[in-house]
Design a protein around this ligand. Structure first.
Ligand code: TRP
Length: 371
């Protein structure tokens, strides 16, 4: 029997069966013909080839419209509850690929209101502070200036509120309870919140005064919000937003989503080289109990968090990844060597990221959108 698991925006637990999620959520798998369509626009991103970006809603419609000359906008976001970790950057890197491939605008939502309402220990001043800190990481990803607008909910609410209330009027308490697993003890802000996450999908249409298609790249855990958004969209006069979903980056402790609560198994964007080496050094691998045993019967890359890091983000070259896989399987490479190589790649990435993040401090105002 399949193991129990839960995936909602507010709870991810158990061993996730991603195929099963497609059925549960009613999304479409990204299949060979979809990859083929991507290849007409440019390079097919490694995350697409490897099925890390693996599910969608109406991506074919987005491409149809685009081919007819009707450009879409991108919309994604971040819940600013603390520093950013590598698991967050992964879908952002894919979002940047989409922005470059199609040369489109991006709206980036910082839900300072959401994190305030859902975390007892955070004040609104703190979530706002994190929103600005996290915006530097977003800018450091290299999104196009002039085509990328980052905003805090509390600072764009005058614009979004009329959209949010139109959405809210069509969403019942029982829907929210069923979709997010809320009960009567949740504060009323949490219950209203999904309408605030819905609103940016229609921002470009609002600004332009005509309907503009919207594509939302996000972790599959955010899909429940947008299922609701899609249900109410046409009723308030807009297109349903399309979605393209990422699997959740595993933590260094094994197969679960990289969680902000597990300090030692999470790599933050401001980690020092020393911290990175230590965390990767302690990572869960698919190695055997002894060196002799591993030389003889090989390792298990399928369950190895170090291999998964390479696969998700750090080894985009398919040939090199395949080589690593074979070397691990055959026992030609041991975990120590493999960990050291990954640590080096992560450190190189973070060193550059941290430099770009510093430079972003002078550019932040050019990216921010306010009422
Ligand atoms: N609620 C999301 C989180 O907690 C943040 C978010 C807001 C988001 N809008 C989004 C994520 C759109 C993806 C797409 O992380």
């Amino acid at each position: 029997m399949a193991e129990e698991f839960t995936v909602t925006p507010y709870e991810v637990s158990g061993e996730i069966d991603y195929q099963e999620l497609i059925t549960r959520f009613g999304t479409k798998e990204i299949d060979a013909s979809m990859l083929e369509r991507f290849s007409k626009f440019g390079e097919v991103h490694p995350m697409l080839r490897r099925q890390i970006i693996y599910s969608h809603r109406d991506m074919d419609w987005i491409m149809d419209e685009y081919e007819k000359g009707n450009k879409f906008v991108l919309y994604t976001g971040r819940g600013p509850s603390g520093p950013v970790h590598l698991g967050h950057l992964m879908p952002w890197a894919f979002t940047k690929y989409l922005q470059d491939l199609f040369d489109v605008k991006l709206y980036f939502q910082m839900t300072d209101d959401e994190k305030f309402m859902f975390y007892d220990q955070l004040t609104l001043e703190e979530t706002k502070k994190w929103a600005y800190e996290n915006a530097l990481d977003v800018i450091a990803m290299g999104f196009k200036k002039g085509k990328t607008k980052i905003f805090l909910d509390t600072e764009l609410i005058k614009t979004m509120y009329p959209i949010a209330v139109r959405a809210a009027k069509r969403i019942t308490f029982s829907t929210v309870k069923a979709v997010f697993g809320f009960n009567n003890s949740y504060n009323i802000g949490s219950i209203f919140f999904t309408s605030v996450q819905a609103a940016p999908a229609f921002l470009e249409s609002y600004y332009q005064g005509k309907n503009v298609p919207c594509l939302i790249p996000c972790g599959i855990d955010q899909d429940p919000h947008f299922r609701i958004t899609r249900d109410i969209a046409e009723g308030i006069g807009y297109y349903k937003p399309a979605l393209i979903h990422a699997k959740l980056m595993p933590s260094l402790s094994g197969s679960d989503k990289m969680s902000s609560s597990k300090e030692d198994t999470t790599i933050w964007t401001n980690d020092s080289p020393k911290a990175v080496k230590k965390k990767i050094g302690n990572a869960f691998t698919g190695g055997a109990v002894s060196v002799e045993e591993q030389r003889k019967s090989g390792g298990k890359p399928e369950i190895c968090s170090v291999f998964q890091y390479n696969q998700y983000f750090f080894l985009p070259d398919d040939k090199k990844l395949e080589e690593l896989y074979q070397k691990c399987k055959s026992g030609a490479i041991l975990c120590g060597e493999c960990k050291a190589a990954l640590a080096e790649r992560v450190i190189a990435f973070l060193t550059e990221h941290q430099e770009r993040r510093e430079k972003a401090k002078d550019q932040i105002e050019e990216f921010m959108l306010r009422d």
